[in-house]
Design a binder for this molecule. Structure first.
Ligand code: UDX
Length: 442
C-alpha cells in the first residue's frame, strides 16, 4: 500500500484516485475548488460516470480515499503524486500547460518526503515531463530527491471504471529503474500488462494511440461516404474488414465523426507537435478535416433532401458527444444545431443526461424537450446524433406516431435497414442506402 496524492479532480484525476484507493492505496485527491471538494467528501461525483459515486462512497467509508483543498496536507507525506490537471487547447491547437506548471510549483513547495515519484497522467506534449522536472527543481524549498514518470491514461468516458480495471496495457515511462518499479508496484493489483519504456516514448504512445483511433474513424467514415455512392453497405464492409485480425473490428463504426475531450484536442496537438519539429503531419491533418466535414453530414443530407430547411421543425435526438456521458466537449450536436439554426430551422433537442451542459454551449435559439416524444411531436425531421440506449431502442413507429412527417436522419446507424423497411418511415443513415417512402412531398 502506498500513500498517494492526486492533483486535479477532473475526469482523469478523480477516476484514477478512486480506483487507486479501491486497490488498496491510501489516496488524497486535491483540488482548489472548495465547493467541489465538499461534495466529493460526501461521495458525490462532480462528473457523470457510471459506477463512480458508489466506488467513491465505498472507499471514503473504508478510510482510504480523502479529499482536500490543501496541497500541504496532500503532499507532505505522499510517496507518489499524480498530476492529472487539465491541458486545454490553445488557439493554435497546442496544449496549454499552465495548470501542469502550477501543479509542479505546488508540489515543489510542499513535498517533504525524499524519493517521491511525480507521475504525469495528463496528456502532455513530448518533453513536458522534462519541463515538470525543471519546474519542480526551480521551486524546491529543500534538497529533496524526486523522480518524474509518465503514465498516460487510456480511459474512455462512460466506461472509465471498467477500463481502469480491464485496460489492455499500463504504460510507464521512466528514466530510472527505481521510479519505474515503484509505479509498477502501485499498478500491479490491477492485473493489467505493464509496458515500461523511456519518458518521451510513453508521452508519444498516448498521442499516437489517440491519433490512430481517430484515423480509423475518419477512414471508415470516408469509406461510408463512398459506400453511399456505389451502393455498398458500410455495416457489412466494416464487419468484413474487421474479421482480418490485422485490422480488428473496433473503431470501425461509421457515423458523424468523433468528438469528446481527447480525440479532437489530441489530434490537433500532435499536428502542432510535429510542426514544431518541422514535420508536416499530412495524414493527421486529413483525418481532422474529414471529421469536421463528417460532423455536419446529417445537415448536408437534409439540405439535399429538402432544398431549404427554413421553417422546418427538427428534433435533435442525443446531444452528448457519445452515450453514457454528460460531456458536451466537441460534440457534433453543437455544430449541427448551429448549422440548422443558420438555415432557419426550428430545433427541439433532447438528451437523457447532457441537457444542462448542452444549454451552456449550444446556440440559445434552440428549444429543449423533456422526452423523445415531446421533441418528435409535429417535427418535419428527426436527427439521431447520439446513440443512447433510450434512443436506439426507440420503436420505429414512434416516429410515425409523433412526427408531422416521419423523415429520419440517423447519424449513428441505430436501426437495421430490414427493420426500417417494415415501417412507413423515410430513413437516411451513414454509408447505407436510403429508404425512401412517400411520406413527404418536397
Ligand atoms: C478516447 C479514447 O478511447 C481513450 O483511450 C482516451 O483515453 C480518451 O479518448 P473517449 O473520448 O472517452 O475516449 O471516447 P471513445 O469511446 O473512444 O469515443 C470517442 C469518439 O469517437 C466518440 O465521439 C465516438 O462516438 C466516436 N467513435 C468511436 C466513432 O465515431 N466510431 C467508432 O467506431 C468509435
Amino acid at each position: 500500500m502506498k500513500k498517494i496524492a492526486v492533483v486535479g479532480t477532473g475526469y482523469v484525476g478523480l477516476v484514477t484516485g478512486v480506483c487507486l484507493s479501491d486497490i488498496g492505496h491510501d489516496v488524497t485527491c486535491v483540488d482548489i475548488d472548495e465547493q467541489k471538494v465538499e461534495k466529493m467528501k460526501k461521495g458525490i461525483s462532480p462528473i457523470y460516470e457510471p459506477g463512480l459515486d458508489e466506488l467513491m462512497k465505498k472507499n471514503i467509508k473504508n478510510g482510504r480515499l480523502h479529499f482536500t483543498t490543501s496541497h500541504k496536507e496532500a503532499f507532505k507525506d505522499a510517496e507518489v503524486i499524480y498530476i492529472a490537471v487539465g491541458t486545454p487547447q490553445k488557439e493554435d491547437g497546442s496544449a496549454d500547460l499552465q495548470f501542469v506548471e502550477q501543479a509542479a510549483k505546488d508540489i515543489a513547495e510542499n513535498i517533504e518526503r525524499d524519493g517521491v515519484v511525480v507521475v504525469t497522467k495528463s496528456t502532455v506534449p513530448v518533453g513536458t515531463n522534462d519541463k515538470v522536472r525543471t519546474w519542480i527543481k526551480q521551486h524546491l524549498k529543500k534538497d529533496i530527491h524526486f523522480d518524474v514518470v509518465s503514465n498516460p491514461e487510456f480511459l474512455r468516458e462512460g466506461s472509465a471504471i471498467y477500463d481502469t480495471f480491464h485496460g489492455d496495457r499500463i504504460v510507464i515511462g521512466a528514466d530510472n529503474e527505481r521510479a519505474a518499479s515503484i509505479i509498477e508496484e502501485v499498478n500491479k493489483p490491477f492485473g493489467i500488462p505493464i509496458f515500461k519504456t523511456d519518458i518521451h516514448s510513453a508521452e508519444m504512445i498516448k498521442y499516437a494511440s489517440n491519433a490512430f483511433l481517430a484515423t480509423k474513424i475518419s477512414f471508415i467514415n470516408e469509406i461510408a461516404n463512398i459506400c453511399e455512392k456505389v451502393g455498398a453497405n458500410i455495416e457489412d464492409v466494416a464487419y468484413g474488414m474487421g474479421l482480418d485480425t490485422r485490422i480488428g473490428p473496433q473503431f470501425l463504426r461509421a457515423g458523424i465523426g468523433y468528438g469528446g475531450s481527447c480525440f479532437p484536442k489530441d489530434t490537433k496537438a500532435l499536428v502542432q507537435i510535429a510542426g514544431d519539429v518541422d514535420h508536416k503531419f499530412d495524414l493527421l491533418e486529413a483525418v481532422i478535416n474529414v471529421n469536421n466535414k463528417q460532423q455536419v453530414k446529417l445537415v448536408e443530407k437534409a439540405r439535399n433532401r429538402f432544398g431549404s430547411l427554413q421553417g422546418k421543425k427538427v428534433a435533435l435526438l442525443g446531444l452528448a458527444f457519445k452515450p453514457n456521458t454528460d460531456d458536451m466537449r466537441e460534440a457534433a450536436s453543437i455544430v449541427i444545431a448551429k448549422e440548422l439554426v443558420k438555415d432557419g430551422a426550428f430545433v427541439v433537442a433532447y438528451d437523457p443526461i447532457a441537457m444542462e451542459n448542452a444549454k451552456c454551449v449550444i446556440d440559445d435559439e434552440i428549444m429543449y424537450a423533456n422526452s423523445i416524444e415531446e421533441a418528435l411531436r409535429d417535427a418535419d425531421i428527426a436527427m439521431i446524433v447520439t446513440e443512447w440506449d433510450e434512443i436506439k431502442n426507440l420503436p420505429l413507429d414512434t416516429f410515425v406516431r409523433f412526427m408531422k412527417t416521419p423523415v429520419v436522419f440517423d447519424g449513428r446507424n441505430c436501426y437495421a435497414l430490414e427493420e426500417v423497411a417494415k415501417h412507413n418511415v423515410e430513413y437516411h443513415s451513414i454509408g447505407r442506402e436510403s429508404i425512401l417512402r412517400n411520406v413527404v412531398s418536397i
